[in-house]
Design a protein around this ligand. Structure first.
Ligand SMILES: Cc1ncc(COP(=O)(O)O)c(C=O)c1O
Length: 357
């Protein structure tokens, strides 16, 4: 788009619309890239935060070794669009998902997390003579108590099943996502304890003569501890790039870059305005959004299609038809509601970034 094209100004966009501040995103990109430069551990950023192949490509250009994702469909989209080094950091199960994974593995060495013997056996059966083309990491429960086998012997046992069934065992992953804490000694201690468990499990398996190539963990809020921990080979941080306002409390080195543009559609009861973006336009599950550039406006309530905003300072009063931007508080659950975001610099729409379903 040409910068002088009137239609390319953000104020002219129909709402609700998702806006990506390109300057902030690029600062985040550089800052993470600088951390991993010349480091033993590498970055394999999680896709779920932006679901954009274009942004994934920029992360790879900036030094990432590949992409982590949660959904098989996202791995398929990435492979289709030329990104081949992928870790699906979520378990898959069921015949049709495993068949799709077998098919995908024909096109590239996509790695998937496993935490269940039955799934490993099903993979071997469904892959038939292609089992050695299936790459897996054993997922270790580091205390989040979501997926993963217990550390230590249980992980070793599953690694042996993987090998017996003829699949390609690549290593371990473990995600300890419930340690969302502000920076400080307590966070350092708890995250390090979790990493030690993962690295001890690696040592146990290697002691049995089974080589381990990958030890993957970490996210935006603990990347600097995980990425510096001896024995960790890759970090799954993803949210840092577009960043939401909730995560900044635990990762202050990144700037939120994502807002939802909304239009004032009504001047409600005295001292309030109503905009056309509610829960369907952005997740409120990590708190109500704040309004960018207008400290005198406070979001009071989100409805399905509306948000009610209190005008705390009359100077912040807006008229029907005016537009505001609301900071995205939870990017993962907001991004999937859009098929595109507008890349914006200085109020001008510079690009339209496609979002995978
Ligand atoms: C498996 C896994 N890895 C990594 C992450 C880190 O994501 P982020 O960097 O956005 O915090 C998550 C987030 O939920 C996750 O589920």
């Amino acid at each position: 788009m040409h910068p002088n094209d009137r239609r390319s100004m953000t104020v002219d966009l129909e709402t609700p619309a998702l806006l990506l501040d390109l300057d902030a995103m690029e600062r985040n990109l550089q800052s993470m890239s600088a951390f991993f430069h010349n480091r033993a551990a590498k970055l394999r950023p999680h896709f779920k935060a932006h679901q954009s192949v274009a942004l994934a490509s920029r992360q790879i250009q900036a030094g990432a070794i590949g992409i982590t994702c949660a959904r098989l469909s996202h791995a398929e989209a990435l492979v289709r669009q030329g990104i081949r080094s992928i870790l699906i950091a979520s378990e898959i199960a069921g015949v049709s998902m495993i068949e799709r994974f077998v098919e995908l593995s024909r096109r590239g060495p996509v790695i998937v997390a496993v935490d269940n013997e039955k799934v490993v056996c099903d993979m071997a059966t469904l892959a038939r003579d292609q089992a050695s083309a299936l790459n897996v990491v054993v997922d270790v429960n580091l205390g989040l108590n979501r997926c993963g086998v217990p550390p230590g012997k249980a992980a070793l046992t599953l690694a042996k099943v993987v090998l017996e069934k003829g699949l390609r065992f690549r290593g371990l992953m473990g995600y300890r996502g419930n340690l969302q804490l502000p920076a400080g000694p307590e966070k350092q201690r708890l995250v390090s304890m979790a990493m030690q468990i993962l690295v001890d499990t690696k040592a146990l398996i290697e002691h049995e003569g089974i080589p381990i190539e990958i030890v993957s963990s970490g996210g935006t809020t603990d990347y600097s501890i995980v990425g510096a921990f001896p024995g960790i080979t890759e970090v799954q941080a993803g949210g840092y790039l577009v960043m939401d306002s909730w995560k900044t409390r635990f990762a202050s080195d990144f700037t939120p870059a994502l807002t939802v543009l909304a239009t004032v559609i009504s001047k409600g009861a005295a001292g309030t305005i109503v905009v056309d973006a509610g829960i369907k336009a952005m997740s409120g599950s990590k708190g109500l959004p704040s309004v960018k550039d207008f400290p005198g406006l406070e979001v009071k309530k989100m409805y399905a299609e509306h948000s009610l905003i209190e005008v705390l300072e009359p100077a912040a009063s807006l008229d029907v038809g005016d537009k505001i931007e609301m900071w995205v508080t939870y990017v993962d659950a907001t991004i999937s509601r859009y098929r595109q975001m507008y890349g914006v610099r200085g109020g001008v729409v510079e690009s339209v970034v496609a979002i995978e379903e």
